[in-house]
Design a protein around this ligand. Structure first.
Ligand code: HEC
Length: 204
């Protein structure tokens, strides 16, 4: 069939063309009001660009934020009695609020699809104990729901910590800190150094 202008196409083929999402731009037949389709596919512009690896997020964002929360309140027993260190100044609390915000959004970043686990140069540091990035990626792909829930928990604990920092509530900070530890550990024990090979089941 010779190439013809869209107006000349039969109704049936126009419907098929629309269904297939084929652009109706035939060279030389541009209709008033339509613009040239951009060179880049719309997907490239609307998709997330997960440049950092999961390992990068752990090192640069999640671990430092968690450490700041865990180190904020320290109670030591000394010969002179209890030595308590807790956030006091506006700057102390503002720094903790930033860390809580990092955790809140890190929980979302971990759920963006297509993010690599680690760079190509990264290998397991304790072969036989922790998994290498390829094995982790397979496990994540096979247990996407569980991964998503673990990441979501970082977000949710982050929200509690954020409220604690804004209310300057040390008890809530400590409680959130403990729950954060469980959240990190449960994902690591499932995806980073699982006790035994996965059965591939999507259990929490
Ligand atoms: C959704 C799952 C998940 C959660 C939640 C999670 N991690 Fe991780 N973490 C991983 C995986 C997977 C790796 C292994 C990545 C790699 O190095 O190959 C890792 C690795 C790490 C590493 C080692 C990075 C390196 O240098 O190799 C640190 C540190 C770490 N996580 C800290 C934390 C802390 C702290 C938390 C909680 C605040 C946390 N993670 C929560 C999945 C998670």
């Amino acid at each position: 069939m010779p190439l013809s202008c869209p107006r000349a196409l039969s109704a049936q083929s126009v419907v098929i063309a629309i269904l297939l999402l084929v652009p109706l731009a035939v060279p030389g037949c541009r209709q008033p009001g339509t613009t040239a389709s951009p060179a880049a596919s719309p997907d490239d512009e609307t998709r997330f660009q997960p440049t950092a690896t999961v390992e990068d997020l752990m090192r640069s964002l999640i671990d430092p934020a968690a450490d700041a929360i865990w180190d904020a309140v320290v109670i030591r027993s000394t010969l002179d009695g209890l030595d308590e260190q807790r956030p006091e100044t506006d700057e102390d609390w503002a720094a903790l609020e930033r860390s809580a915000l990092h955790l809140v959004e890190a929980g979302n970043l971990l759920r963006i699809e297509g993010r690599a686990i680690a760079g190509p140069e990264s290998v397991s540091e304790m072969p036989g104990i922790d998994l290498d990035p390829d094995a982790i990626a397979l496990l994540v792909a096979a247990n996407a729901d569980s991964w998503g829930r673990s990441a979501r928990e970082i977000h949710d604990v982050g929200v509690l910590l954020l409220a604690a920092t804004r209310a300057r509530d040390v008890d809530a900070l400590l409680k959130g800190g403990s729950r954060l530890q469980v959240a990190c550990e449960s994902c690591h024990s499932r995806f980073w150094y699982p006790p035994m090979p996965s059965t591939g089941e999507d259990e929490p």
